[in-house]
Design a protein around this ligand. Structure first.
Ligand code: SAH
Length: 222
């Protein structure tokens, strides 16, 4: 009998999409195990919850592919005690994973209905260490800066140098997609003094970061 077939959809997702693709970070895997991904989809449309793809969450936005969430979280190198800024809350799934691994998470979303839904979901899941803000996250969240880690879950046209130099701590890390709308490079950034050291991770495709340090607004998609 094939044991792998007996796994729950969540365990199947973790095994085939995360572990088998080389992410063996026990902290990330445990966090993914504790967050029920189907709760981040609208009731009645959960069929893509454990699928190997990004999926629509309304307003022209998407919940990231499970592998990409695992990869970004792994590259952020989180541990207890760290303060994290997330830009682009979306469904709140990535937020919930960050909240499991960091001390406190500040998350910013520019679409109010998505922020409200994410807020409710995280409340239901008992996440008490997340702060939510409605607005343009490409400007960060200056009142609570600097952060140990910054995760941007939407594609920036170029490296947001000013944001990272003003809101990321010395030695801090950021992970974000950078590049044109059709395809970006997932990029890991480390701040060393006034330098931002970048490392390409892989090609990826995210929705656009829309805002002052991102792309200009395209209302037709919302
Ligand atoms: N990681 C999220 C995916 C979010 S999709 C998840 O797993 O659900 C990217 C999100 O970034 C969208 O909800 C979009 O509205 C938001 N976004 C785009 N530009 C933004 C900005 N300047 N500030 C805040 N949120 C932004």
């Amino acid at each position: 009998m094939n044991k792998i077939r007996e796994l729950s959809p969540l365990e199947w997702m973790i095994r085939t999409q995360v572990v088998d693709r080389g992410i063996d970070d026990a902290h990330v895997i445990e966090a993914m195990r504790q967050v029920p991904r189907d709760k981040f989809f609208k009731p009645g449309s959960t069929e893509l919850a454990y699928a190997d793809q990004a999926a629509p969450i309304g307003h022209g936005q998407t919940i990231s592919q499970p592998y990409i969430v695992a990869l970004m979280t792994h590259r952020l190198d989180l541990r207890p005690g760290l303060r994290v800024l997330e830009i682009g809350t979306g469904s709140g799934y990535q937020t919930a994973i960050l909240a499991r691994l960091a001390q406190e998470v500040w998350t910013v979303e520019r679409l109010k209905p998505l922020l409200d839904e994410a807020f409710e979901r995280l409340l239901d899941l008992g996440c008490r260490n997340v702060h939510f803000k409605f607005g343009d996250g490409s400007l960060g969240w200056a009142e609570h800066a600097p952060f140990d880690r910054i995760l941007i879950g939407a594609g920036a046209p170029e490296l947001p140098r000013n944001l990272l130099l003003t809101q990321l701590k010395e030695g801090g890390k950021a992970v974000l997609p950078i590049g044109p709308q059709e395809e970006q490079i997932l990029t890991e950034v480390t701040r060393v003094g006034k330098e931002l050291i970048t490392k390409d991770v892989c090609a990826c495709r995210f929705v656009k970061l829309i805002g002052e340090a991102g792309w200009s607004k395209d209302v037709s998609k919302e």
